[in-house]
Design a protein around this ligand. Structure first.
Ligand code: AMP
Length: 353
């Protein structure tokens, strides 16, 4: 049974993804209720209801659950146990969350689904870092199993014997050691899946990163990348099916000479899909709402011949006066306070005609 317009959709997490979900939900006639510990976040500014609470506040989560018809999350660093109070109102379920928030579980799961990842080892001590570096060979990258995002919680080892510095740099946390991939491009597959198994993909964006942060997504991807999208979609769909995922799921890939290797999965809408707001017939945000509410899928066709999305990171947001003067640009500003370095403050999309 579908959850129709007029219903209330809960969003756990109040960042820019929550904001863009709430805006898409409002257009379809849903009300949103955001739960976040920060009262000044981007999503609360555009939502009908807001609860200020810690993500593990069970009392607050129970009242939140009672107040919504369906709930979703906009980031994955959330306590799985606490979110279980939402029961089957939560879509996607905590299973997607539990896998995606732990890099070791995530990689093992991707491999079980037949996806390929860079060679990796789980480590929990400096000795294990040394052993893994010896086995995998340099360069490798250490990534904390949990709480990492946008390149945070990561340290490279470029020469043998430097494992200890990297172990210190990541805070001596349980981690994975991952072989450095000699990729020629990065791209993502975004899939939306319904409870009955229906699913759809958008065209894949080619993604450029700087200092671990997405800078630009371009659609369509170049021909060398495009040649890997078929295999990548198959892997992404197997992952979504194995998770019994409902909603949007993003799988980030390295395009390498050996084929597509999964970097990571995000059980949610994704920065590399922001171009879909103007560049596709149905955006990732609207489609996520359609999927979790059981409405029919919208078209994921390109709205024009392609799109380029650039993030506005830190001070770049101060370019807005010049950007809004360009009639070809769609400017999105997230309503965050301080433009700290590395902070995603907005983005700008140019639809290619
Ligand atoms: P992540 O937070 O894991 O998505 O990493 C952020 C960015 O760092 C990626 O998008 C890549 O540009 C780079 N990176 C991460 N892992 C690797 C790897 N194993 N080999 C090469 N580059 C990587």
């Amino acid at each position: 049974m579908s959850i129709g317009p007029g219903s209330t959709m809960g969003i756990i997490g109040g960042g820019q993804l929550g904001r863009m979900l709430a805006m898409a939900a409002a257009r379809l006639g849903y009300k949103c209720h955001v739960l976040d510990p920060d009262p000044d976040g981007p999503a609360a500014q555009v939502s009908a209801h807001f609860t200020r609470a810690a993500y593990d506040d069970l009392g607050a989560l129970r009242s939140f659950a009672d107040s919504v018809d369906v709930a979703t999350y906009e980031f994955e660093n959330l306590p799985v146990g606490a979110l279980q109070v939402l029961g089957d109102k939560l879509r996607p379920s905590t299973r997607s969350l539990a896998i995606a928030q732990d890099r070791a579980k995530e990689k093992a799961f991707i491999e079980e689904c037949g996806g390929r990842v860079a060679s990796w080892r789980a480590i929990a001590s400096c000795d294990e870092v040394h052993a893994a570096v010896a086995e995998l060979g340099c360069p490798v990258v250490l990534k904390t199993r949990r709480w990492g995002y946008d390149g945070k919680g990561q340290a490279w080892v470029r020469e043998a014997g430097h494992g200890a510095e990297a172990w210190t740099a990541i805070g001596e946390e349980p981690a994975v050691v991952e072989a450095g991939v000699d990729f020629f491009a990065e791209f993502s597959v975004i899939v939306a899946r319904w409870a009955d198994g229906r699913h759809c993909f958008w065209d894949s964006a080619e993604n450029e990163h700087g200092e671990g942060i997405l800078r630009r997504s371009t659609v369509p991807a170049n021909d060398r990348v495009a040649a890997q999208i078929g295999e990548a979609r198959e892997a992404a769909l197997r992952i979504a099916e194995a998770l019994d995922h409902v909603g949007v799921l993003t799988v980030e890939f390295f395009a390498s000479n050996e084929g597509p290797l999964v970097n990571e999965i995000a059980p949610r809408v994704h920065n590399s899909g922001h171009w879909t707001i103007e560049g596709a017939v149905t955006s990732q945000f609207e489609q996520h709402i359609r999927a979790i509410c059981g409405l029919p899928p919208g078209s994921t066709e390109l709205a024009a011949s392609g799109a380029v999305m650039d993030n506005l990171i830190g001070d770049e947001v101060h370019r807005w006066p010049e950007l809004v003067r360009d009639p070809a640009l769609h400017v999105h500003i997230y309503g965050k306070g301080e433009a700290r370095p590395g902070r995603k403050m907005g983005h700008v999309t140019k639809v290619l005609r």
